[in-house]
Design a protein around this ligand. Structure first.
Ligand code: ZN
Length: 348
């Protein structure tokens, strides 16, 4: 995470000093050095504790659980940017480093064969740059970075990798998330639906882990920190009507993008409009989302049919949609479609 001050550097030890200083004096020098180091560490801890407490004072705390670098931008980018700009505390947990994501930029094709470490390192840097564009400071990987590996698309050999996130016992990963939930105490958690949106094994697993962690975090019997009950859980959603309209518009314009999708056929990655409870209007933050996408040259091309689904991409991608999975919906009476317009409605 970038919100805590960097670890203080260990006190420098000058080589050879122990040979010139007498033993008693050496001990007192050592004590002085240790005392100074302790002061520095204490100062850093105080600052960290202070910051943690300040975050807990924030009446609006949002936690998002995503599977890979770039998912946060694509599914929830304007939401994060909008709430960050309004002063909410935002924490993003990313479960893997995207080791199996396709490298789309020819300039970065070398990363495909460079091995996990190089690609993962590259994607971590991209994610950090994207979060800067979105104004989000608190980011963690689930466990140590690289603890869980991108499982790749369903049915591919990478599903069998020993560290594949989809193979992780749900409770083990959920307990790691419990400690984040108990630390940042979010009123609202955002993740995927049980199908993981488009049935990527890591998205399905992220859904399971987040759901389980929300339950476990509230349990007195689960050790480690104070229990915390999350008020609302949302699943990110793409409204069916919006995607159908977008595809029809593309077909009418002779655009071959997403040619395998029939505007009148099955669209299992979408959510029926009637099930969508909540819309976040982040059109004013669409530029931040675009900037965050641009931070991902290895995996996002802006020459994508995604951005051609509406005449003005801001209208399509500047609003993000959700299904309330837990908690009580508080519809916005000013909103003609009767949906909530604020994830924190009824809470803060
Ligand atoms: Zn993903």
């Amino acid at each position: 995470m970038t919100t805590v001050p960097p670890e203080p550097a260990p006190p420098a030890v000058e080589p050879g000093t122990e040979t010139i200083v007498a033993p008693a004096a050496a001990a007192s020098v050592e004590n002085a050095v240790l005392a100074e180091a302790a002061d520095v560490v204490e100062g850093a801890l105080d600052a960290r504790e202070e910051e943690a407490l300040e975050n807990l004072d924030n009446p609006r705390r949002l936690l998002l659980v995503h599977a890979h670098p770039d998912d946060e931008t694509t599914s929830t980018g304007v939401t994060m940017a909008r709430y960050a700009a309004s002063g909410a505390s935002i924490t993003l947990v990313t479960c893997t480093r995207g080791e199996e994501g396709e490298v789309v930029s020819p300039d970065l094709a070398h990363l495909t064969s460079a091995g996990d470490a190089a690609l993962a390192e590259h994607r971590m840097q991209e994610l950090a740059a994207a979060l800067e564009a979105l104004g989000v400071e608190d980011h963690r990987y689930l466990g140590d970075p690289g603890e869980y590996r991108d499982s790749g698309m369903a049915g591919t050999p990478s599903n069998e990798h020993p560290q594949a996130f989809c193979r992780t016992p749900v409770d083990e990963a959920a307990l790691r998330l419990v400690s984040v939930i108990r630390e940042v105490r979010p009123q609202v958690v955002v993740t995927y639906d049980p199908r993981g949106g488009y049935e990527h094994p890591d998205h399905i697993q992220a859904h399971r882990v987040a759901t389980r962690a929300v339950d476990l975090a509230a349990e007195d019997s689960v050790a480690g920190g104070e229990p915390w009950k999350v008020g609302k859980v949302y699943w990110s959603a793409l409204p069916e009507s919006l995607v159908r309209e977008g595809l029809r518009r593309m077909r009418a314009a002779g655009d071959e993008g997403f040619g395998e999708l029939d505007p009148d056929g099955e669209l299992p990655f979408t959510t029926p409009d009637a099930e969508i409870t909540t819309v976040v209007d982040g059109r004013d933050f669409f530029d931040a989302k675009l900037a965050a996408w641009r931070a991902y040259p290895s995996q996002v091309s802006l020459d994508t049919p995604f951005l051609r689904m509406a005449e003005d991409p801001r209208e399509f991608w500047g609003r993000e949609y959700y299904r309330l999975a837990r908690g009580r919906a508080v519809p916005d009476s000013d909103n003609p479609d009767g949906r909530e317009t604020d994830l924190f409605a009824g809470i803060a």
